[in-house]
Design a protein around this ligand. Sequence first.
Ligand code: NDP
Length: 510
Amino acid sequence: MGTTSDTPAETADAIAERHREAAADVVPDTLGHYIDGAFVPGDADERIETRDPTTGEVLAAVPAGNAADIDRAVAAARDAFDDGWGTASPGERQRVLSEMAAVVEDHQEELATLEVLDTGKTITEAMGDMGLVVDHLTYYAAAARSVEGDTRQTNDLFEREKQVFTVKEPYGVVGAIVPWNFPLLIAVWKLGPALAAGNTVVLKPSEETPLSILRLMALVDDVVPDGVVNVVTGYGEDAGAPLTKHEDVPKISFTGSTEVGREIIHNSAADITKTTLELGGKSPIIVYPDADIGEAVEAAMMAIFFNKGECCAAGSRLFVHEEIEDQFLDAFTEAAAGMTVGDPLLEGTDMGPKVSGEQVERTHGYVESARESGATVRTGGGTPDDEALSDGAFYEPTIIDDIDHDHPAVQEEIFGPVIETFAWSDEATVVERANDVDYGLAAGVIASDITRALRTARRLEAGVVWVNHYNDVSAGQPFGGYKQSGNGRENAAEAIDEFTQTKAINVNLG
Ligand code: NDP
């Protein structure tokens, strides 16, 4: 296997020492469930170790939650809803969300370092996440003031005068289930609109990455009224599933795999639980022959190597017009091969380790299967040949060419730094092929002719299309999927709709 790390004179010991020192500074010691405004032990004694994927060392252990813990958290959330949060004024909800934003802003380096240790994302990426956490909380603080209904006229067959008006009401207790790729950011994508709309929350983080949300709750303990946000750590089957089946939880917001999304839909049938599901993708990027090659390479790099490809919106199928294919692929391959893979705590590092060894195996399985099918691996395709990184879950930036579009590596979500490339010549055919997957979360179009780019954007089956850039998920931009990428939308006014139900009040004016 080749090497992609040029971290100078690093050793595994030096990296491990740096990580131990950082962990000593930021890993919290209050590591229970956070229920009713306090850190509490779990119902069972079992705990789950969370590891640093850069070194393989244990960072901490959290309770392995179960149905009894979920019951306790849901009861606390229900009491908090009934005792005041459900009827708190818009100004009060805004104040809490604004203060949460201020707390994160004051502690962003600490929270970002924790995120680096728990996920393997680089410190630059983690600081970017924290900026977005602040921005999303600020956005929803403002949105709390505009959870609004409207007035309407209706037909009355007996010609009586009526006035209909609508009010948006919270559900009560909502369940939020969060993955490991953006632990704090995706938690806030759910907490922000849920709280702005007047719900209380029980949140289950991923078993891989529970630390940042627990630290956040410790930091905002004085800001958020007791029971309004509760966090139960644990495995999906033991803690997540009971949350999705709980009769006092009428709404679930989930981000994760399509497989678990299906299970949640299945579980929602019993109580007709409402769901918002964000389930990942296999997103295309189409590069036109008039594209600026430098900009196109930059967009493709951002699409697939940002957050080591552990990104639901990752652009992982690249369609390059045949006129520029050679020139583009040479530049893209050079850029990918030149990335610095190494210690994510260092600012000069471009890509850190995957979240776990299990995810490395999963990614490599797809790459090996592509190789066996006759595909060409233009760069990467294995773990870095660098002794200093041998304890971590590292994988090389990988570009695959000459692969059949029906191959599982092309059709399924790899969730790693692996992209497949295809040449095209005809616009209608490339759009058809770009749409030829079960997913529909995101897409990219890179072109100088903006009319052509917009025409293509309209024809792509995707919840978000980026034109001449990639992977910008700002507050205020709706985010969610077509087809099997899920249902519902996050990150914008639409998210408030996801966390409210509309009541129509019809008044007889006599
Ligand atoms: P999962 O879908 O299994 O996990 C996402 C969250 O759901 C975690 O908090 C998990 O808990 C929880 N969960 C798991 N099973 C259940 C269940 N039965 N009921 C309720 N909650 C449950 O993703 P994985 O972590 O296993 O990753 C597998 C693949 O999923 C990835 O390789 C990637 O393809 C995709 N994925 C997509 C994401 C996206 O952003 N759309 C995010 C993460 C993964 P726990 O992990 O603690 O057991």
